[in-house]
Design a protein around this ligand. Structure first.
Ligand SMILES: Cc1cc2nc3c(=O)[nH]c(=O)nc-3n(C[C@H](O)[C@H](O)[C@H](O)COP(=O)(O)O)c2cc1C
Length: 348
């Protein structure tokens, strides 16, 4: 596996990503299903039993091509997408940049995806096992963005274990405005109404940006608590550029992910936990590359954790290592299981 990761690293970032998806499509069916793993890493939230709390974040498998292969590699859950109603090309390349010196990535992909019909076809054809969420968004040139979310929700909700509503990508101009109080009220009103009209129970989670100020966080949490929403994902990539970045790609436009995002995204997560307590399930994403990082997110309030950038930089050996380290940290602090550690920092 190591040699393959080294070889892929020599390719331009997006070419390497496409090659990885193709390899996984071929290898996926012959990979063995994972053993159930240590039960102390399991957690029951969102009406599901997650075998472990380490998930694959959105953006890796935008078109739901390889969710089963990723589950077999050991992830506790996989989030596909972002999927938009219509297929779209995304931005002109190059649009994906590695910053190895900073253990980071910058992307300005712009929701390149095959559209909801293609994703729905693939998801309907799979034999359902494991936990697969679908992340939905709006087309760049849509005249009615809220209706785009509605259409994607209607098409995909019955095929997903949860739906993540992405209002935080920095690469679709104006999209983040939907995090404002007015926009959020309309969007969540439409989606929760549609869910009850369809008689579905699919959990709804809102994915937010790390660049929200305290007022923005207050708005998001107060609106989120007035609707029958199940969770928040904190966070997407950042448009900020911490002064510590050293890599020559640091000035590229787009969303920064990976190690330099860890602190800010964890601060946002903790601020959410302070405001919502255990009324909503929190999913922590941003700069997770070790068991200690995942554990810090859990102690700050996350029941589930997601990662993408560290996987792209290090390869799939990372998944087992994170789970091993996480379990050791949990036991060293005397917690019986993950659930007992969620939000521990806010109690002490
Ligand atoms: C290349 C790339 C593409 C991404 N695409 C999406 C996307 O389509 N939808 C989304 O909600 N987040 C997307 N993300 C954000 C990730 O899901 C995640 O929130 C963020 O990268 C922070 O986690 P990380 O530091 O572990 O990568 C993308 C991230 C990267 C690096």
């Amino acid at each position: 596996m190591d040699w393959a990761v080294k070889l892929l690293r020599r390719l331009p970032a997006e070419t390497a990503h496409r090659a990885t998806i193709n390899i996984l499509r071929l290898a996926g069916p012959i990979l063995n299903a994972p053993s159930s793993g240590d039960t102390r890493l399991a957690i029951d939230v969102l009406g599901r039993s997650f075998p472990n709390p380490i998930g694959l974040a959105a953006g890796f498998d935008k078109d739901a091509e390889v969710p089963d292969a990723m589950l077999k590699l050991g992830f506790g859950f996989v989030e596909c997408g972002t999927v938009t109603p219509l297929p779209q090309e995304g931005n002109i390349g190059p649009r994906l940049f590695r910053l190895p010196e900073d253990r980071a990535v910058i992307n300005r992909m712009g929701f390149n995806n095959h559209g909801m019909e293609a994703a729905a076809g693939r998801l309907a054809a799979r034999r359902r096992f494991g936990i697969v969420g679908i992340n939905i968004g709006a087309n760049k040139h849509s005249a009615d963005r809220i209706d785009d979310y509605r259409r994607a929700f209607v098409r995909l909700a019955s095929l997903a274990d949860y739906i993540a509503v992405n209002v935080s990508s920095p690469n679709t101009p104006g999209l983040r405005a939907l995090q404002n109080r007015d926009g959020l009220e309309r969007l969540l009103g439409v989606l929760t109404d549609e869910r009850s009209r369809l008689g579905l129970k699919t959990p709804l989670l809102l994915k937010i940006a790390p660049d929200l100020e305290a007022v923005g966080i207050d708005d998001v949490t107060s609106v989120a608590l007035t609707f029958p929403l199940q969770g928040l994902i904190a966070t997407n990539t950042t448009t900020e550029r911490p002064g510590t970045l050293r890599d020559r790609n640091a000035r590229e436009t787009g969303g920064l992910s990976g190690a330099p995002l860890f602190r800010r995204s964890t601060d946002v997560l903790r601020a959410l936990r302070e405001r919502v307590g255990d009324k909503l399930v929190l999913v922590g994403a941003g700069g997770v590359g070790s068991g200690a990082d995942a554990y810090a997110k859990i102690r700050a309030g996350a029941s589930l954790v997601q990662l993408y950038t560290a996987l792209a930089l290090e390869g799939p050996g990372l998944i087992a290592r994170i789970k091993r380290e996480l379990l050791a940290l949990l036991l060293a602090d005397g917690f019986a299981d993950i659930g007992a550690a969620v939000g521990a920092d806010l109690r002490s």
